[in-house]
Design a protein around this ligand. Structure first.
Ligand code: GLV
Length: 332
């Protein structure tokens, strides 16, 4: 029985490659940067499954080019790069990497929240520029985090992990989801709020919901105007949920008071992004899950999903499990 063929679209931690190598013939784009699209499509065309990054668009063009592919294993929890309905319609599985990056990503949300609230980056810049003025009672005042009210938009796994950190800071936790989350209300005394009420009542608004048709552009001028003048806005979801130009204007006007972003409308964001000129902005270059341990866990989960699907076993974290009913994973 010949082995299934897989393609890995980027250099990933070795333990994940070992998992694929044990079960598949495989090709890999062994580089830190993304493969050219035409090369990726050519490789996919000869493969039964692919392990991809969020930079790979998995759409009709991909599906037409790669008719053998039965599984697309995304090495990310977010899968807005994948046209899931198109895959489902053709009986192709998609998988993602939830859970393993939850705490690491919540840490970055918390770091941005703290940095924006207490002006950590601005403080460093001021010192580096030799502009540390004399101490006075109103110098570099920030916003209190301890005991404040946090509003989490999209209280799924990562949002819940942020809420747990908030409880340790004695914060009142509000959340907005499509559906109520009774377990969150019981475990963390979180209170559900309609979206606009959450924006009005929160000292910190943290966005952790995935990018979907519903959440695209969810934060714009109207939403920022509803926030408190002292509010801090944090986004660790996807850049597309924020109308970035409107955030720039809102930050200039001082409502919200500050923002911390790990994700941007365009990534890598250009160095002339007007956000960088604003003292009340803190940013990180999409590093939510960027620790070696977490990236290894993500890669091995993606590899296991790929191998399972190609050897007739159910993948661990399918995005479209309905495909499994009609799925023939064994490519041999
Ligand atoms: C990263 O942004 C992810 O979705 O895992």
């Amino acid at each position: 029985m010949s082995k299934p063929r897989a393609f890995i679209s980027r250099r990933i931690p070795q333990p994940a490659i070992d998992i694929v190598a044990a079960a598949c013939d495989y090709g890999i784009w062994d580089d830190l940067m993304a493969a050219p699209r035409d090369l990726f499509l050519r490789e996919a065309a000869q493969s039964d499954g692919v392990l991809v990054m969020p930079s790979e668009r998995i759409d009709d063009e991909f599906l037409n080019a790669a008719p053998r592919v039965k599984i697309v294993a995304n090495m990310a929890v977010g899968y807005d790069n994948i046209d899931v309905p198109a895959l489902t319609a053709r009986g192709v599985l998609a998988t993602n990497t939830p859970d393993v990056l939850t705490e690491t990503t919540a840490d970055v949300a918390w770091a941005l929240l703290m940095a924006a609230a207490r002006r950590l980056v601005e403080g460093q810049r001021v010192m580096e520029a030799g502009q540390w003025g004399a101490w006075h009672p109103f110098y570099m005042l920030g916003q209190d985090v301890y005991g404040a009210t946090i509003g989490i938009v999209g209280a799924g796994r990562i949002g819940t992990a942020v809420a747990r950190r908030a409880r340790a800071f004695n914060m009142r936790v509000l959340y907005h989801n499509r559906k109520r989350a009774p377990q969150l209300e019981v475990a963390l005394q979180a209170e559900y709020r309609p979206f606009d009420d959450l924006l009005r009542e929160s000292d910190f608004v943290v966005m952790t919901a995935p990018l979907t048709d519903e959440t695209r552009g969810m934060f714009g001028a109207r939403e920022f105007a509803l926030m408190k003048e002292t509010a801090v806005f944090v986004n660790v979801a996807r850049g597309g949920v924020v109308k970035e130009a409107e955030l720039v204007e809102a930050l200039k006007r001082g409502r919200p008071w500050a923002a911390g972003l790990d994700v941007f409308e365009v990534e890598p964001t250009p160095k002339d992004n007007p956000l960088f000129a604003l003292p009340n902005f803190v940013g990180t270059p999409h590093i939510g899950s960027a620790t070696l341990r977490t990236r290894t866990a993500m890669a091995t989960l993606a590899a296991q999903n790929l191998v399972n699907a190609l050897t007739g076993r159910p993948p661990l974290t399918p995005v479209n499990p309905e495909v499994l009913a009609s799925f023939r994973g064994d490519s041999a």
